[in-house]
Design a protein around this ligand. Structure first.
Ligand code: HEC
Ligand code: CU
Length: 340
């Protein structure tokens, strides 16, 4: 995928599951997959064996002992066997306990993070992901909370446990890294965590999906998580710091746009949930109620902080107020000015 590409087709083609994994779970990475895969396969086999052992004899006996004529009486009816009752209650019970034991053990491994895990913030929204970083590989604090949106690859280091501190800005989402067999609900108004660790040598690009049907563009919540060596990660984080931390810049405005506004505002003139930013600057905008307004700094600022003050004609009042500081607002304005 091209850097910064947000073309859906591009992404879908890119995320096609590799051919050798077409029908089964993808290649595993990290510490959980062996247990998960083993248990998964084992449960599948047990299910198939029981299916065959129950359904095929049932078919056979239905055919063999069906009523041959009206008034036909059974020659012999055996209605109780203590031995059989114990066997088919006790047997499955033991199998279920074994499943529970290994399942619960795996669950605890996945939930309990190591103490030295690096914390990465995850914010899910309709419809995208944003990662935020507060420390580098060695644990040194970044200059500010450094945010990166899913329109570019989200980088993480190998050789370090990563704990995702997740929350949602709107509805339920679900954070799923199939290669790591790790998944967790992303819940508005509270935090949930999951953790993974890609060992050194397992550098590579792995898909991140939302697995909770969260609205029309749910299928676009695809992101690319790229695990790289520690040095590369630190260098990348430094470059992102510049965009995230303070100051007014076009780059920062673009970053905020692709992380927040893009879900509802296009740049190519097409109508999404809200009006396109193309040609917005300086335009005479018709406002619900009959008045009109020239799009300038104040109007944009008001639209961001208090979106319902003026509703654009023909659009629903569905824009949530955005918590942006002064520098961020100026950066967004700079960016909107560029969309001629
Ligand atoms: C959940 C969807 C949604 C998100 C996210 C969103 N907006 Fe909006 N926005 C809307 C809708 C709908 C309107 C039109 C109704 C209105 O005026 O409130 C709108 C209107 C606007 C307008 C006025 C446009 C015009 O044509 O006059 C501006 C400016 C604006 N948004 C800026 C932003 C910025 C900047 C962000 C990101 C920081 C953002 N919006 C995020 C939905 C959204
Ligand atoms: Cu989602």
């Amino acid at each position: 995928m091209k850097e910064g590409s947000n073309n859906l087709i591009d992404k879908m083609v890119h995320y096609k599951v590799p051919a050798e994994n077409e029908y089964w779970i993808p290649d595993g990475v990290g510490g959980f997959f062996e247990n998960v895969d083993w248990l998964y396969n084992w449960i599948t086999i047990i299910s198939v064996v029981f299916f065959a052992a129950i359904i095929f004899p049932m078919w056979y006996y239905t055919w063999k002992y069906n009523r041959k004529s009206v008034g036909d009486k059974a020659l012999n009816q055996h209605d109780h066997s203590f031995f059989l009752e114990i066997l088919w209650s006790g047997g499955p019970l033991i199998i279920l306990f074994v499943m529970f034991y290994y399942g619960f053990q795996g669950y605890l491994d996945m939930r309990i993070k190591p103490n030295n895990a690096m914390e990465v913030g995850v914010r899910a929204y309709q419809w995208g992901w944003e990662f935020s970083y507060n420390e580098d590989f060695e644990g040194n604090a970044t200059k500010c909370e450094t945010k990166v949106s899913f329109n570019e690859p989200l980088l993480l280091p190998t050789g370090r446990a990563v704990n995702f501190l997740m929350t949602s800005s709107d509805v339920l989402h679900s954070f799923y890294l199939p290669n790591f067999r790790q998944k967790g609900d992303v819940i508005p108004g509270r935090y949930n965590t999951v953790w993974v660790e890609a060992p050194e040598g397992k550098e590579g690009t792995y898909p991140l999906f939302c697995t909770e049907f969260c609205g029309t563009s749910h299928s676009q919540m695809l992101a690319e998580v790229r695990f790289v060596k520690a040095d590369e990660f630190n260098a990348w984080l430094k470059s992102k710091e510049k965009v995230s931390c303070g100051g007014v810049s076009l780059e920062r405005g673009k970053n905020i746009y692709s992380g927040v506004c893009q879900a509802c505002h296009s740049l190519d003139g097409s109508k999404k949930v809200g009006p396109s930013f193309k040609g917005l600057w300086g335009r005479e905008e018709k406002i619900e109620g009959g008045s009109s307004v020239t799009v300038d700094e104040n109007y944009i600022k008001e639209s961001i902080l208090n979106p319902n003050a003026k509703i654009v004609e023909g659009y629903p009042p569905s824009m949530p107020a955005q918590e942006l500081d002064e520098d961020e607002i100026k950066s967004v304005i700079k960016f909107i000015k560029e969309q001629k």
